[in-house]
Ligand binder design. Structure first.
Ligand code: HEC
Ligand code: HEC
Length: 434
């Protein structure tokens, strides 16, 4: 029972045994990263359909994509600065890099403590890029007889400044995301078939849960938020347990898959209309796609002015707008009592049975949400709901109320009135679902 008595200092031998055992345990399970082989990228079947049986075009597509984006095992980013360099160049770059250092200090706390103790054997560089950098530094130290203090200082910087390479992030994606989102981000991993809604196919560049106006490509912050919070009410989990640095790396990787997917589809569509394969066209398609991603930064949908409080008057005003077919027109889809069963949601199919009236951008049937459940996929802060209603939801039929105009070109619902709709929607949730 000695080992269980916390008041009794372990003898040196039991301590050593315990540490050896712990080391073995860490090696086998807890301290090793989840790992899964990186799957090769396959062609998008929608692109292949556009190319038909043309062997030259099929080979051309593969060649051009590989030249721009590398392979799944050795991915390349063909745009401007990505990742750490991009963060450093952003307006709040210093703050963001400082946050990554804090995150690295937590993630690598044990290794940093071991470095402090000059206990090199205990230093664990878990990510492959960090392993090789650490090995290089130790080789250099051995060769140039670097003073231990200098090795210590440089080793600490290595761990604190770590940022994943695209290969690191590809591995993490393979372990955490592939089974839902598929190797190319096509939303068709092995788990996807069991899920509703389906995991996002990012190859169209269409994202739903952003803070942006009009269907725009997401900013880093939009993707980061999705990864931290997950998508409530769907199988998209929160990855808040990963470090901020790992999440930024995943944002880089999702953007790479998304841009690659968009370029692939555009090149196939150009071939379909021109009937000829031109390698030179690839760069042009890429630039067009990248510029849409760059635009996103200036598209944040902000509300200027004080946010009106929810009162019984504003809820009543919201209810009127919700039901007025010339104003909010929400009831047509979401139903008078908010259960998502308005007349526009359904149609009578060819077989005479009721079927969803709308398909989404990916070709799946989509129904208006039951608002009485109070489950908000795009976030549950009032500003999140305001943005959903003002901007609509990309990829589906929900329209942008900000863009609704009467025949004289005047807006039918003002930004301020949209708050009444938010208040009414929130009040529906309080009514509950049955
Ligand atoms: C268990 C399945 C599952 C896993 C694992 C998963 N996702 Fe998702 N993901 C989903 C589903 C489902 C959606 C679609 C939610 C919706 O329709 O709103 C989604 C949506 C997304 C979106 C789109 C958000 C938007 O604004 O449209 C991104 C980006 C994303 N996931 C990234 C990731 C990344 C990166 C990982 C791995 C770290 C990951 N997902 C892991 C299921 C999953
Ligand atoms: C043409 C049909 C249509 C109309 C009109 C419509 N919606 Fe929707 N709405 C949808 C669909 C479809 C979804 C589910 C979208 C998804 O999950 O991708 C949705 C989802 C929502 C959500 C959930 C957002 C979230 O974060 O989960 C809210 C809130 C909402 N609608 C409010 C409204 C309000 C308020 C109006 C009127 C101003 C309105 N809708 C008009 C179809 C519609």
């Amino acid at each position: 029972m000695d080992g269980l008595n916390p008041m009794r200092a372990p003898t040196q031998a039991t301590d050593r045994n315990f540490r050896a055992l712990l080391g073995l345990f860490c090696f086998v399970a807890a301290c090793s990263e989840p790992s899964a082989p990186v799957q090769p990228w396959r062609a998008n079947s929608a692109a292949l359909e556009l190319l038909g049986e043309d062997a030259e075009a099929r080979a051309g597509l593969e060649r051009d994509l590989q030249a721009l984006f590398g392979t799944a095992e050795a991915p390349l980013w063909p745009g401007e600065a990505l990742g750490r360099a991009e963060l450093a160049a952003s307006t709040d770059g210093e703050r963001r890099l400082a946050r990554l250092r804090e995150a690295n200090a937590v993630r690598h706390a044990r290794s940093l403590a071991a470095i402090d103790d000059f206990d090199w054997d205990e230093v664990r560089a878990r990510e492959p890029s960090l392993q090789s950098a650490w090995r290089l530094l130790r080789d250099e130290a051995a060769l140039s007889s670097l003073a231990p203090e200098d090795l210590r200082a440089r080793a600490k910087e290595l761990f604190l400044d770590w940022y994943p390479t695209l290969e690191d992030s590809a591995r993490l994606y393979a372990a955490e995301c592939f089974h839902c989102h598929g190797a190319e981000g096509g939303g068709d991993g092995p788990t996807a078939h069991f899920l509703k809604p389906r995991p996002r196919d990012v190859r169209l560049g269409v994202y739903k849960w952003t803070a942006l106006a009009s269907p725009a490509r997401p900013r880093r912050d939009d993707l980061l938020r999705t990864l931290k919070e997950g998508v409530n009410g769907t199988s998209m989990p929160s990855f808040a347990r990963l470090s901020e640095t790992q999440l930024e790396g995943l944002v880089d990787y999702i953007r790479l898959l998304s841009v690659r997917g968009e370029v692939e589809l555009r090149m196939a569509a150009t071939f379909e209309s021109d009937g000829e394969w031109e390698d030179e066209a690839a760069r042009g398609e890429l630039d067009a796609v990248l510029s849409r991603w760059d635009e996103a930064r200036d598209k944040v949908l902000a509300y200027d002015g004080p946010v009106p409080p929810a009162t019984s008057e504003s809820i009543a005003r919201g209810e009127a707008l919700y039901n007025d077919a010339t104003k909010g027109n929400c009831a047509s889809c979401h139903g008078v009592d908010g259960r998502g069963d308005g007349p526009a949601a359904w149609k009578i199919g060819p077989d005479g049975a009721r079927a969803p009236a709308y398909l989404d951008a990916w070709g799946d049937p989509i129904l208006p949400r039951n608002l009485r459940l109070g489950i908000w996929r795009g976030g549950s802060r009032p500003i999140d709901l305001w943005r959903r209603i003002a901007n609509g939801i990309p990829g589906g039929p929900m329209p942008a109320l900000r863009e609704a105009e009467d025949k004289d070109g005047a807006r039918v619902v003002s930004d301020e009135e949209i708050w009444s709709l938010v208040h009414y929607v929130q009040s529906l949730e309080r009514l509950g679902s049955p």
